[in-house]
Design a protein around this ligand. Structure first.
Ligand code: SF4
Length: 241
């Protein structure tokens, strides 16, 4: 089975526990204003790889993934768009090496489509953006109902989940939004932790290369104390503090 791949990282430390092989898939239906991989949007771009070709890329580094309690994370783009391929890859990684598997998803996905993939997935990294539907649509180009439905579906199955929220000053850092997000997270089962990821503009140059206006031009990256504050508000919403 073939998948369309955007890129590969062999020593990922930010996308799940331990050191991880991170496979970035091609294709995404969202258009997040802060996206640092807009070159991953087109579903027909990237390069095609067989499951076995990806396995061959993983194998040389297996000792690091195992010793660190790591594994494989499939990110994007949006990995659930190629759910059958990712499911096959995860199944092979588990059968052959017993690797821990994670998907990093926007949750913009119908659960029925991803059910087979999620059976092979140990951990879901779920990116939640804004609870206000209109502002979510303005930020991502899509409403949030589908993502929230996906989150509830995971919750009903008590799937282990790490929630991630990208903190963009002036866009996703309002106290009331963070509190509402925390309250929603507080209703979910299976959430092992919530993370706040600081916005960065390292991907802005890709927008320019693609000839697209970067609407966050001039937006600053958040300070460390702002990230800590956002985390505290979300945790308060969850009922943790
Ligand atoms: S979901 Fe991820 S890949 Fe898709 S537009 Fe948003 S940030 Fe970019």
């Amino acid at each position: 089975m073939k998948g369309r791949i955007h890129s590969i990282e062999t020593f990922g430390t930010l996308d799940g526990p331990g050191i991880r092989f991170v496979l970035f898939m091609q294709g995404c239906m969202l258009r997040c204003r802060y996206c640092h991989n807009p070159d991953s949007w087109a579903a027909d771009a990237g390069r095609t790889m067989e499951v076995e070709e990806v396995m061959a890329e993983i194998e040389p580094y297996l000792a690091y993934y195992r010793a660190s309690g790591g594994g494989i994370t499939v990110s994007g783009g949006e990995p659930t768009l190629q759910a059958p391929f990712v499911a096959e890859l995860f199944r092979a990684c588990k059968e052959r090496w017993g690797l821990h598997t994670a998907v990093d998803t926007s949750g913009f996905c119908e659960p029925d489509h991803a059910a087979g993939l999620l059976e092979q997935t140990d951990l879901v990294l779920l990116d939640l953006k804004l609870m206000d539907n209109d502002r979510h649509a303005a930020l991502t180009g899509q409403p949030n109902e589908r993502t929230l439905r996906f989150a509830k579906w995971l919750s009903d199955r008590r799937k282990p989940v790490w929630i991630r929220h990208v903190l963009v000053p002036g866009v996703t850092d309002r106290s009331e939004d963070l509190l509402a997000l925390g309250k929603f997270i507080g209703t979910l089962n299976g959430v092992e932790k919530a993370e706040v990821l600081p916005y960065h503009h390292m991907g802005a140059y890709k927008w320019r290369l693609l000839g697209m206006p970067y609407s966050l031009e001039g937006c600053r990256e958040p300070e460390r104390h702002e990230v800590a504050r956002a985390f505290q508000i979300i945790e308060r919403g969850r009922g943790k503090k």
